[in-house]
Write a protein that binds this ligand. Sequence first.
Ligand code: NAD
Length: 421
Amino acid sequence: MVKAGSNNNVNTYEVAQQQIKHAVEQLELSDDVYERLKAPDRVVEVAIPVEMDDGEVRVFIGYRAQHNNVLGPYKGGIRFAPGVTADEVKALSIWMTFKCAIARVPFGGGKGAVACNPAELSAKELERVSRKYMRNMVPVLGSKIDIPAPDLNTNAQVMAWMVDEYCNIQQYNDFGVITGKPLDVGGCIGRETATGRGLMYAVRAAADVKGLTLKNAKVALQGFGNVGSNAARSLVKQGCKVIGVTDIGGGVFNSEGIDVESLINYTRQTGGVKNFPGCEPIDNTSIFALDCDIILPTAVENQITADVARHIKAGIIAEGANGPTTPAADEILKEKDVLVVPDILANSGGAIVSYFEWVQNNYSFYWPEAEIEKQLEQKISEAFEHLYTYTCNCSDTITMREAAYMYAIKRLADTMKIRGW
Ligand code: NAD
């Protein structure tokens, strides 16, 4: 369980708004487009009173931001994290809109959160927080309205409690209201590991255009949770060597390569990567300066700052986390010709398989694993190819992130226009 947040004073909501403004200007679109996209359509804040095991009542604050639904129902995860703010949730909802537009899944963008530290809650308390969050949000959610999923510190069990609460209130089963559920309540095979696997497909495509072969390519990761560990596992299957991994509690380095499966087991037992046998310790900043080919930021926002970027030696950064690179760092990486595969493309595997889950729920017809993997690979690979071509066609100096915003905003602006918004 982790504490979400940033290591500096960058406001992610302002960053997201700057990114929209910049793209709208580059596309020479009317300022109305910026005004329409700069803030969520709706932000709901609720007080969640919960009876703790000792009988005391604690009030948690919950959020749901619904950014834009011109392409389909709002869609995005719910995170449980101490110190989470409305601005963080709004920024994340904006990025979801663009992510879905780029992946070409028929959803808009949403995001939710509860300001709490799940590590301090018992299982029963966690269930009560999850159910009460859902009870408060029922008026604004629905399988055709807004569809949450897991995010930082939430998982399939939390989704199961929430979907159960929703169905109890509605008095009918509508499993499509949430994705990332356990298989027994309409979950999709492979959803839990989809973001990490999708990240691998994004890295593979990036390596292709950079002329890098994945066999023996050296990878360093910050963050070894759901996204990081599954990406590492998938990249090892492609022949990569993971040489460094950090998490909130410490880090490990071995220039010869780390046995990722053993590290996953070790992390399950000890709660973190620190002191994994056969490795040297490494800290959270040095991980980014390693002599390696590929860096995966798979932890939290604002980790690659300008200072960090100056020391990066890798040619490819694929953003598993949302918003891990600050705008100042982006400038430096652009000068250094590092290919940054932006979060809104690189980590869209979860959103894509969530879409598959929602489709299956709507039809009550479930696909075999091979079909899901094939469709995931195809969707991410196509999204990368479209975006890379679009980037190259824009100009020599544009980054893939700038192009991603332009591509998504153009799609949104065209659709808003044709719908008469
Ligand atoms: P997780 O809770 O499973 O893992 C987070 C990992 O990051 C842990 O190893 C933790 O120790 C580490 N971490 C946290 N803060 C850190 C810090 N300051 N320094 C170093 N390590 C730190 O979370 P996750 O689901 O893997 O999500 C990671 C990121 O990916 C988040 O930004 C999330 O929004 C994004 N994301 C997740 C999904 C998904 O499907 N889970 C989808 C898209 C994007």
